[in-house]
Design a binder for this molecule. Structure first.
Ligand code: MF3
Ligand code: CO
Ligand code: CO
Length: 267
């Protein structure tokens, strides 16, 4: 399957889906506090997507080849969980870090974004990991423009992350997105500059680095979805959906509550 390019009118649809996904994170932000369960966050998000936004939660019953259908509407990955954590009844506690990953389908278009949240009072190491992973995502985003290559994005993320003494997860990557949740191309978060596909206007994909405080190796839990660090070190992830434009990049998953870009990106 080739990379599908999105037309101007396709992008109008994707802009709406992207903003809605980000607005679910804005809504959840005020609910993430000690004592709340991720199950409750899932209910709040599901209700908002379906009944307020008129959107479909893309994760619910999503079943890529080799996977059982995903049972919930959002992904919540806590502490040493890397990604695809399944919401449950356990209450969050002060000091936890949690990635909430939201994907909505609106009028057939997908928007996919995630942020880190620190529950109550976070440790210095936890805050540093979350901040550094945010900066890593932004270093990738700043490479996006026509003529650049996918390897430029991966290299920017990997070289920064490893220079800080952290590691990049290899088994999961960003992805093309549109009428399908996961399309070509794969957007690796590591690599060499000047390699892989050239970016052209109309490409839309996610950048979603997973960064571990310890070693990069991961394993899957018995639930068939949740990914954790092998060494049980903390892991963080941020995700935006971006479009390649004629002269650079448009982030499709911004909302009123999006954190500002880091200083080096003009924020
Ligand atoms: N939202 C995730 C991503 O960024 C995918 C989650 S698949 C699910 O690609 F089934 F777990 F929801
Ligand atoms: Co994604
Ligand atoms: Co996602």
């Amino acid at each position: 399957m080739p990379i599908t390019l999105k037309s101007a009118s396709d992008l109008e649809g994707m802009r709406i889906a992207g903003r809605l996904a980000a607005e679910v994170l804005d809504l959840l932000a005020e609910h993430v506090r000690p004592g709340v369960s991720t199950e409750r966050l899932d209910q709040i998000a599901h209700d908002h997507m379906v009944n307020v936004q008129g959107a479909v939660p893309a994760p619910l019953h999503y079943a890529p080849p080799g996977y059982a259908p995903y049972p919930k509407s959002i992904c919540t990955s806590i502490n040493h969980q890397v990604c695809h954590g399944i919401p449950n009844e356990r209450p969050l506690k002060s000091g936890d870090i949690v990635n909430i990953d939201i994907t909505v389908i609106k009028d057939g278009w997908h928007g996919d974004t995630s942020r880190m949240f620190i529950v109550g009072e976070g440790s210095i190491q936890a805050k540093r990991l979350c901040q550094l992973t945010y900066e890593a995502m932004w270093r990738g985003i700043l490479k996006v423009r026509p003529g650049a290559r996918l390897g430029d994005i991966g290299h920017a993320i990997q070289s920064f992350t490893e220079s800080q003494g952290y590691s990049v997860v290899r088994e999961f990557c960003g992805h093309g997105i549109g009428r399908k949740f996961h399309e070509e191309p794969q957007v690796l978060h590591y690599g060499r500059p000047g390699t892989l596909d050239e970016l052209v206007p109309g490409m839309v994909f996610t950048i979603e680095p997973m960064v571990n405080a310890g070693r990069r190796e991961i394993r899957e839990l018995g639930d068939g979805w949740t990914i954790v660090t092998k060494d049980r070190s903390l892991s963080a992830q941020w995700e935006h959906t971006v479009a390649v434009t004629a002269d650079g990049c448009e982030i499709l998953t911004l909302s009123a509550g999006s954190p500002p870009p880091p200083a080096f990106a003009g924020g």
